[in-house]
Design a protein around this ligand. Structure first.
Ligand SMILES: Nc1ncnc2c1ncn2[C@@H]1O[C@H](COP(=O)(O)OP(=O)(O)OP(=O)(O)O)[C@@H](O)[C@H]1O
Length: 249
């Protein structure tokens, strides 16, 4: 479905965000891009979203290059990026073409799907951080994207809201099986959500490991199996050293 072939990104100042990377994702897969700060995760996601076309290599979705359009894609950023002068529903349907009534019905349906019933007429300033991010997810889904790209979507939220929104993503996925690519530096989040985790490390970044997460859903947070995967990821990131030091204190 998504094919990333020998993609790298060198900025105008000569800095290379990551070395050539190649991978494919399958239909309906939830794939995590996990790695330490600065290894190029967001830069790669922006390239896949078609927001930064200065990369080398080729990125295509269903054999269409991202250089010639990304109408199949929805994007959720770390901040909700809602327009403060528009109501919640107008934010959600902004950019959607078609008749006003149909747009409103679709917007209302999506708001219900993300748990924001009765918020249509509110303004973004009247929402909590978690509610605003739910609205941002609804907005990203309004065009029925086949691929949802999420760039650290929950990292600004408190731990409980974060877990609720992770569960929301899984609920949405169970309904429509939209493929997702999610950038995160939260290992627990990656293990809760993803079918596969692409582990990046170093600067410039390299794709160090492509790890299949073979766990049934619904997943139990903190299960022994998850702990095993976590250990493997920490080893890949070369962070186990810190864990040993901390547990020795
Ligand atoms: N426009 C730019 N010009 C030059 N360097 C840049 C530019 N954008 C990003 N970088 C650099 O590229 C590297 C990768 O940045 P990127 O934001 O993709 O990393 P990241 O893995 O998403 O990090 P974090 O998890 O901290 O968000 C960083 O060293 C960053 O400073």
């Amino acid at each position: 479905m998504l094919a990333v072939q020998k993609v790298s990104r060198t900025f105008d100042n000569g800095y290379k965000a990551f070395k050539p990377v190649s991978f494919h994702t399958e239909q309906s897969e939830i794939v995590g891009i996990l790695g330490t700060s600065g290894c190029g995760k967001s830069t790669l996601l922006r390239a896949i979203a078609g927001l930064d076309l200065g990369f080398d290599g080729e990125i295509s979705f269903q054999e269409q290059s991202v250089r010639s359009g990304t109408e199949h894609t929805g994007v959720v950023f770390q901040e909700p990026r809602l327009m403060p002068w528009l109501t919640v529903i107008d934010n959600v349907v902004f950019g959607l073409k078609g008749n006003k009534q149909e747009k409103r019905e679709k917007g209302a349906r999506l708001l219900r799907a993300v748990g924001l019933k009765d918020t249509e007429k509110l303004y973004p300033r009247e929402l909590s951080g978690g509610m605003a991010q739910r609205a941002a997810i609804a907005r990203a889904l309004v065009t029925n994207p086949q691929l949802l790209l999420l760039d650290e979507p929950f990292s600004a939220l408190d731990a409980f809201t974060k877990m609720q929104l992770q569960e929301l993503l899984i609920d949405l996925w169970e309904t429509n099986h939209t493929s997702m690519l999610i950038v995160t530096h939260d290992i627990d989040e990656a293990l809760f959500l993803c079918d596969r985790v692409l582990i990046f490390r170093d600067q410039p970044g390299v794709l160090f490991k492509d790890l299949k997460i073979d766990l049934q859903r619904p997943r139990e947070r903190g299960s022994l199996e998850m702990a095993e995967y976590k250990r493997e990821i920490l080893q890949s990131l070369d962070l186990n050293h810190d864990v040993h030091v901390k547990s020795a204190i």
